[in-house]
Design a binder for this molecule. Structure first.
Ligand code: FE
Length: 227
């Protein structure tokens, strides 16, 4: 079996948020699809170890915020590579509370859905929640983020056909790429880190000392050079 086959499956990128007691939590998820239109239902797979999974099991409700293509990496990193057991993910994230009592993001989001679970299917490491959508609203127009866009464009490599493509010269090619040991983000000197104001063709060594991983927030000392 060639595991690369799975990379050809298409997904969106979503923030799933739920509540338990007086607390909110949310996480990034891509394994979601609409399964019926009447009533409107979706299926969503979440890892059993995640705090959001625990919250949905407890409350039976959640919101699903659909990210826009221009959502910054650190938003996805904050919800995707940190645990609500360690940090309050909504402390610095603008949100409103939906009719079902769960928070949805108000920035970098095109629309949100409110879900109420009707069935849980145990699939080993994950649970598939089947949920009826009880409310939904469009916040603004735009292109939704896709999983492929997040990995291919946001994380460094840019297609040659894109207007932003920068041809890599020989000496630039010699600059080493560095990988974040925490989340796997790859710092590619030819791309820099535009969201943090780092221009393309900035070697890792010349990044400011307080530069952090744009995805998970780890410091420079958590990076290692690629061989
Ligand atoms: Fe990282």
């Amino acid at each position: 079996m060639d595991p690369k086959s799975f990379f050809k499956i298409s997904y969106g990128v979503y923030i799933i948020s739920s509540k338990k007691g007086g607390r909110f939590n949310g996480q990034v998820a891509n394994a979601m699809m609409q399964v019926t239109s009447d009533p409107p239902q979706i299926a969503l797979a979440l890892n059993k170890n995640n705090l959001t999974h625990e919250f949905i099991k407890d409350s039976g409700v959640f919101t699903l915020s659909i990210l826009s293509q221009d959502a910054p990496l650190n938003l996805i990193g904050g919800f995707g590579f940190k645990s609500g057991r360690d940090v309050d993910k909504f402390a610095d994230t603008p949100y409103r509370v939906g009719r079902n009592g769960c928070p949805y993001l108000t920035e970098n989001v095109l629309c949100y859905l409110e879900g109420k679970t009707v069935k849980d299917v145990d699939v080993g490491t994950h649970t598939i929640f089947v949920a009826v959508i009880t409310d939904a609203e469009v916040l603004r127009e735009g292109e939704p983020m896709t999983y492929a866009y997040y990995h291919q464009t946001k994380r460094g490599t840019t297609p040659k056909t894109a207007p932003t493509y920068v041809e890599i010269k020989k000496e630039e090619r010699a600059m080493k790429k560095y990988t974040c040991k925490v989340c796997g983000y790859e710092y590619d000197p030819s791309q820099g880190d535009p969201e943090a104001g780092v221009a393309p063709n900035t070697p890792f060594e010349k990044l400011p000392a307080d530069w952090v991983c744009p995805v998970c927030g780890a410091g420079k000392d958590q990076f290692e050079a690629q061989g």
